[in-house]
Design a protein around this ligand. Structure first.
Ligand SMILES: Nc1ncnc2c1ncn2[C@@H]1O[C@H](COP(=O)(O)OP(=O)(O)OP(=O)(O)O)[C@@H](O)[C@H]1O
Ligand SMILES: [Mg+2]
Length: 242
């Protein structure tokens, strides 16, 4: 059974259709990458999944439960079980790296101070940033911020991960590093994941399956290779740069 299931999702803003009858299934422990150009509605799609945006039509099921029918308490529990890597890392600027990681962990588990510190250090080790534990976000490079964001999003071992353009704004080498890091973290934690991006290199590295969002339509779905080898013009345009 699919862990995440979107059925017939439509959303318009001021009469402008952003999502048109979108269907998507994400199987347990797999990563689906949504490819789409800037402004097509990738972030909107992710926000629909966690109900930060209510669709005009259609349903989202997570573990068979319809998200639109959940009460606020159920929604809160659902969101707590999700990790979200926001577009642009979005660390808490007034908190050190340690505090950024402690924050979600303290909310989800009761831990002794020693255990808390241990978990934070372990998590930073996974992303190669133990030395940055006392730094403030303003002292970190873009790539380091992404690493901290990734470490923070996964520290609670979420069942579901949503990635919003995890490599945007990074140079190609750092983007590749971050993509491999995401893949390693995905293999370690095995969350069911949706990642949206227009970075084909990232998609190649992390996707089990991919889907192309174009003019609100998400009909082109399959493995990266099946999309690449299809005769579809839109699909071709994405792979032309490879
Ligand atoms: N809350 C909102 N109210 C009105 N319009 C919105 C809202 N959220 C998104 N939109 C519009 O929906 C469209 C899609 O936006 P979205 O942010 O999902 O694009 P995107 O694919 O994530 O783009 P990018 O690659 O630049 O991040 C845009 O035209 C945007 O202006
Ligand atoms: Mg976006």
């Amino acid at each position: 059974m699919a862990v995440i299931e979107l059925r017939n999702i439509s959303k318009a803003f001021d009469g402008r259709h952003v999502l048109r009858s979108v269907d998507l299934e994400v199987d347990e422990g797999t990563t689906v990458v949504i490819l789409g150009k800037s402004g097509v509605g990738k972030s909107v799609l992710l926000k629909v999944v966690i109900r930060l945006i209510t669709p005009d039509q259609g349903t989202v099921h997570i573990d068979g439960q319809e998200v639109g029918r959940m009460k606020s308490r159920g929604l809160q529990a659902l969101r707590r079980g999700m990790g979200y890597l926001f577009q642009g890392a979005a660390l808490y600027d007034s908190m050190s790296v340690r505090e950024n990681l402690a924050f979600p962990l303290e909310r989800s588990e009761r831990l002794e101070a020693v255990e808390l510190e241990h978990r934070i250090v372990e998590q930073l080790r996974l992303v190669g940033l133990v030395d940055a534990i006392d730094k403030m976000p303003s002292d970190l490079s873009g790539g380091m911020k992404k690493r901290v964001g990734l470490a923070r999003a996964l520290i609670t071992n979420p069942r579901i991960m949503l990635y919003d353009e995890p490599t945007t704004g990074l140079d190609p080498i750092t983007a590749r590093e971050i993509s491999y890091l995401i893949k390693n973290m995905q293999e370690r934690y095995r969350p069911t994941s949706i990642a949206v991006t227009h970075d084909m290199i990232c998609a190649r590295i992390i996707a089990d399956k991919a889907a192309i969002l174009d003019h609100g339509v998400l009909d082109r779905q399959g493995t990266m290779d099946s999309l690449r080898n299809s005769n579809d013009e839109i699909a071709q345009s994405f792979f032309a740069s490879e």
